[in-house]
Design a binder for this molecule. Sequence first.
Ligand code: KG4
Ligand code: ZN
Length: 338
Amino acid sequence: MNVLGIETSCDETGVAICHSQQGLLSHALFSQVKLHAEYGGVVPELASRDHIRKLIPLIRRVMRAAGTAPSDIAGIAYTAGPGLIGALLVGASVARSLAWAWGIPCLAVHHMEGHLLAPLLEPDPPPFPFIALLVSGGHTQLVRVEGVGAYQTLGESLDDAAGEAFDKTAKMLGLGYPGGPELAKLAEEGVPGRFSFPRPMCDRPGLDFSFSGLKTHTLSTLATTEGKRQDQADVARAFQEAVVDTLVLKCRRALRECGLERLVAAGGVSANRLMRDKLGQMAKQEGCRVYFPRLEFCTDNGAMIAFAGCQRLQAGHAEPAEIHARPRWPLDELEPPR
Ligand code: KG4
Ligand code: ZN
């Protein structure tokens, strides 16, 4: 069974074809980073318009690369949320229209379900159950995953998401958008131990996060320096260490509290080198194993949506011919395929 996946929730147009037995057949991504860079962040209307321009050509390209005709596609999966409403509607209407024209089923996929299943695209995928750390630009969540669609949120950010904190702090440091990778690069030049940032909410029980205070800490620390490049690098390093240590501590706590031995880390921030290293070390100490998507599938992509759709369609999931687009959508509301 071939499933076409379409991702348009934010600033990447992603398309892929996933086969139920052979796995990923082809995928392509168009990033809008250049389009939004001069504004220092995503401009929703520009994002929607660019998805309109890029989506159909990308679908053509991916189908050609996989050698599939419309008659070879068994179903279409699209990101229905959470995300920018205009951007979501582009993917949703194209997916629904194509499925209607081709007479095949179509289904709405939760963007974060896509992220949390992305490591299952790799060889040697994690068996269920596992703990998932979802760290993206819009979400920071710890989720207990029993199977496809069986999710229990254990903790989440009460304010900024981890990626959002990276992006906002990067902006304060005068770095470009998206800030996460830029900040991580600058942090490599930082002197270890010059500054020490707090590890928010680590000294109390629970699995929630709070990252917004780190912005204030960044500002006040920067104000004590001359603002030279080395100062900025030292601040970037201290900030990154604080975020990563906090995430790692909560992952350790979640694994212990749930008595599980497998951890999945996914979403844009899971591309962060320091985080991958420190999660790996923690997992080793705990006698656990950590799984990541390959780097290109940490950030938004069509492959994870095609894969999630394929899992659901294979299990017989069917929905009425309606267009779904939800800017906000709690992951716990999902149900296993039916
Ligand atoms: O999952 P994603 O592509 O989009 C959302 O669903 O939000 O995540 C994007 C986020 C951005 O905030 C970006 O700065 C962050 O992931 N990010 C990183 C790194 N690569 C991407 N943050 C820290 N270190 C990185 N290497
Ligand atoms: Zn995402």
